[in-house]
Write a protein that binds this ligand. Structure first.
Ligand code: SF4
Length: 460
């Protein structure tokens, strides 16, 4: 890989927000990991399970996946199974069985869990009694820290006041609702059933419980979502005043209904990249001016109730226990995924097996890339901190060599209007935050390339 390979470095232009790169890089956490051969999965899993998590210190996460949705939202690439009432108790039983079986493993029980996330799919699709017992029993079984963030992801549809109360009583202390837009037409064009007004009333009611941190997800760049509609989406969010706000860019993935619908001219195209960049900048300035805190490149907090712990830590590569069909987790050098095929998942859980469907192994440079990814997600990067982590694995002169190789790239970001220095800290500008995936990808490639050369003795 050459340092000045096309797309590696941003263009220096008078409009970095719109023009720094020709396209946005997807950030794929498994990109730098090597697939492990299936015949080794069971042995490696046994080793992982019996190693104490205490050896790795640090914070830990747990992800519980509920792979059902009422319908397939047009834009979504995560849809797996249409929800049917009869799935609720069978799936809940299987999940609790899986957690209960793993609880005695050193991997699971040895160290407190700092954030527990019930995601999907749509966890709130489950029947009230099943969802409540899932949360309550998972909280009882897992070694949660005293201040554990316990998030439930949900949709307005089928999330009745009775279900909300049951989830809060069961221990949920953070609820994240996918809204996407408060504009009825935009919502309905993406398969969302509630109108914008109904969505706003739902969020206001949820906030009024005053028993959990409330987060809403918005999306920009959707078909029919003009800059004026987006401005109104932000204004409505500010008015509702949830504790946290996620702001995602609409991406059209091949295989999604939206991809097919746009191709067939049944739905208007999404906003162009330049329009999406402007929408990002517009939201950034509005939220900053309203004194919200930018907790990560896509997440804002209105107050200190919102910690965004799970979403922040997952980017730093900390150990994540995974439960449920389609879930993914990591432990030490290994990442793993669990079968998305429901019947396969049920069969494996009932026979006492972990339903592994994939495994990857990280190389020796992963902790440095994790540091880069985690730091950049918060819009800041410290090269001295990176150097001190490198010094724990390499000699001082090799760690110095790594930083020397990275510095020209960071200087170029500054010329391109994507970063500025605050003391020794590299701080991303608004444009740098919009293009952060490109910057992280490039920087991590550079870390790997440089350290590989150092190991081979190819550098000074
Ligand atoms: S956006 Fe959420 S609710 Fe809609 S299909 Fe995707 S996972 Fe299901």
């Amino acid at each position: 890989m050459k340092f000045n390979e096309p797309q590696q470095l941003p263009d220096v232009t008078d409009n970095p927000l719109q023009l720094a790169f020709k396209r946005r890089a997807p950030l794929m956490p498994w990109r730098d990991k090597q697939a492990v051969e299936p015949e080794r999965w069971t042995d490696i899993w046994q080793q992982i399970c019996h190693q104490s998590a205490k050896q790795r210190h640090g914070q830990r996460l747990t992800y519980v996946h509920i792979p059902f949705c009422a319908n397939h939202c047009l834009f979504c690439g995560f849809y797996r199974n249409k929800y049917r009432t009869e799935f609720s108790s069978t799936y809940t039983d299987a999940l609790l069985h899986e957690i209960d079986k793993d609880i005695d493993l050193h991997l699971v029980g040895d160290q407190p869990i700092d954030a527990l996330y019930f995601g999907g799919g749509t966890p709130t699709a489950l029947e009230t009694k099943d969802l409540a017992r899932l949360i309550e029993e998972a909280c009882e079984l897992l070694p949660l820290s005293n201040d554990c963030e316990i998030t439930l992801e949900g949709r307005i549809h089928h999330f009745s006041p009775d279900k909300i109360k049951a989830c809060l009583d069961a221990g949920v202390n953070r609820i994240s609702i996918g809204i996407q837009s408060f504009d009825s037409q935009v919502r309905q064009s993406q398969g969302r059933r509630a109108t914008g007004e109904e969505a706003a009333v739902f969020i206001a009611d949820l906030i009024s419980w005053q028993r959990a941190t409330i987060v809403i997800d918005l999306m920009y760049g959707m078909p029919q979502q003009t800059p004026e509609i987006w401005e109104q989406d932000i204004a409505t969010s500010l008015q509702l005043a949830p504790d946290g706000l996620d702001i995602y860019c609409m991406n059209v993935f091949p295989g999604t209904p939206l991809f097919a619908a746009i191709k067939a001219n049944k739905v208007q195209p999404t906003a162009t990249l330049a329009e999406q960049a402007e929408m990002f900048g517009q939201a950034f300035k509005k939220l900053r001016d309203a004194s919200w805190q930018c907790l990560s490149n896509s997440h804002w907090g209105r107050n200190d109730r919102e910690r965004n712990r799970y979403n922040r830590l997952i980017k730093t590569g900390v150990d994540t226990l995974a439960f449920g069909s389609g879930a993914g987790g990591s432990a030490g050098d290994f990442s793993y995924s669990l079968s998305g095929d429901l019947q396969d998942y049920y069969n494996k859980v009932s026979s006492g097996e972990k339903a592994l469907t994939g495994m990857q192994q990280a190389d020796a440079y992963q902790s440095l890339r994790d540091q880069v990814t985690g730091d950049m997600e918060t819009g800041k990067l410290s090269l001295p901190a990176l150097k001190s982590i490198a010094s724990t694995q390499f000699s001082d002169s090799q760690a110095n060599c790594l930083i020397t190789e990275l510095e020209p790239m960071v200087e170029h970001w500054q010329r391109a209007g994507l970063a500025r220095m605050e003391g020794e800290l590299i701080v991303l500008t608004i444009a740098g935050r919009f293009w952060s995936n490109n910057l992280v990808t490039t920087l991590n490639q550079r870390v790997t390339h440089t350290l590989t050369n150092i190991q081979r003795g190819n550098t000074k």
